[in-house]
Structures are given as C-alpha cells and as structure tokens.
Design a protein around this ligand. Structure first.
Ligand SMILES: [Zn+2]
Length: 93
C-alpha cells in the first residue's frame, strides 16, 4: 500500500511532497493526493498526528499560516515565486 509507505517514512523524518516523490519515484501530485488522505486517516488515529510545517517565502520570509498540503505558487507579500514548500511529519500525540 503506497500510503503506508509514506506514513512509515513520515514517522521517521520530515519531508516535503517533492522529497517524497524523489524517494519513492512517484509524481508529486500523487504524493499530495495521498497526503490529503493520510491527513484524514491520521486525524482519526489516537496515537499519531500529522504535523505540517507551512510553506514560506524564501525571499522575504513571509510565512503562510494555513496548513495546506499543496505549496502555494506565489508569495502574497513580494509576489515572487520562490516558495519553500510545506513539509510533513507524523509524530506521537
Ligand atoms: Zn515573499
């Protein structure tokens, strides 16, 4: 099961969707789709939780406050496209 592979990886280390796609050789949009499902699954898990380190702008330092799976494309502050994507980790509650 592909999602279980992702869950196992995220229990040991934080990754972005792109890093997971590199490790697993899957398309980033598939990983993002799986992460959406994993977020729902893990929400019901009494022992673990999915933590999202939100995206930020690499140029002006703007921090996105929303915990979205998909990286935004553009910074609302400086309007540039140098976005550090969100990263994900699964930790014990
Ligand atoms: Zn910016």
């Amino acid at each position: 099961m592909t999602r279980e592979v992702i869950i196992d990886l995220l229990k040991n280390h934080g990754y972005t969707a792109f890093e997971l796609s590199q490790r697993l050789n899957w398309a980033t949009h598939k990983i993002e789709n799986d992460l959406e499902h994993i977020r729902t699954t893990v929400r019901a898990d009494p022992d673990f939780q999915l933590l999202i380190n939100p995206a930020g702008c690499q140029l002006c330092g703007y921090q996105f406050s929303n915990a979205k799976i998909k990286a935004p494309t553009r910074c609302p502050e400086c309007n540039k496209e140098k976005i550090k994507p969100p990263s994900f980790i699964i930790q014990k509650r």
